[in-house]
Design a protein around this ligand. Structure first.
Ligand code: IMP
Ligand code: MG
Length: 195
């Protein structure tokens, strides 16, 4: 396997494990909406930028009719701690009145973002808003949110990869890894470009 970057600590979720999770979640979600009976396409709503690899993998396994939408909601600067007040930088384009919406998120931490997004979508007229997240940092929850599908629960550590970033780095890793924030802050990023 390729060498891990020096600021990374440990692989927490491998590419294979992620594939298994996406297949399982996709099946469960498909069964749920088939049994419920949709009246129109499901709106699969990804929260950018972190949702990209997860949503791409997951939606291959959701086999009910659907459309895709994206939102950009931010509550983080380049920091690892939430500042509490989510802001919408990009809203849903489509009219979602009377639509069933499934929000796709990379990780739930305090719960602030998903609580805010769910309320926003209900205010815009969605008939129902469900949530699927790849990772659940359950120990850190400060806002109670019903998460309908969780890929896996995970311990309280800062993670990067498979969409997750720290200061916008490492979203492209095919796995999820823990990061040494101390090393990260001291690292000379120019070293990455030295042959
Ligand atoms: P919440 O509002 O505190 O639940 O924050 C959720 C958002 O925080 C996620 O969409 C991520 O963008 C970000 N986040 C939380 N924990 C991590 C992490 O360990 N690594 C990278 N991003 C994280
Ligand atoms: Mg995010």
């Amino acid at each position: 396997m390729e060498q891990m970057h020096p600021v990374l600590k440990e692989i927490m979720l491998s590419e294979t494990e992620i594939d298994i999770i996406c297949k399982k979640l996709g099946k469960e979600i498909t069964t749920y909406y088939e049994n419920k009976g949709l009246k129109g396409p499901l709106v699969l709503l990804g929260l950018l930028k972190g949702c990209v690899p997860f949503m791409a993998n997951l939606m291959k396994h959701i086999i009910v009719p659907l459309t895709t939408e994206y939102m950009v909601v931010t509550s983080y600067g380049n920091d690892s701690v939430t500042n509490g007040a989510p802001q919408i930088l990009l809203d849903v384009n489509q009219n979602i009145e009377n639509c069933e919406v499934l929000v796709v998120e990379d990780i739930i931490d305090s719960g602030t973002t998903l609580d805010f997004v769910r309320n926003h979508l209900l205010n815009r007229g969605a008939v129902d808003v469900k949530i699927v997240t790849l990772l659940d940092k359950f120990e850190r929850r400060t806002t109670i949110v019903d998460v309908d599908w969780v890929g896996t629960k995970i311990a309280d550590e800062f993670l990067v990869g498979f969409g997750l970033d720290y200061a916008q780095r490492f979203r492209n890793l095919p796995y999820v890894a823990s990061v040494d924030l101390n090393k990260f802050d001291k690292y000379n990023w120019d070293d990455d470009f030295k042959g």
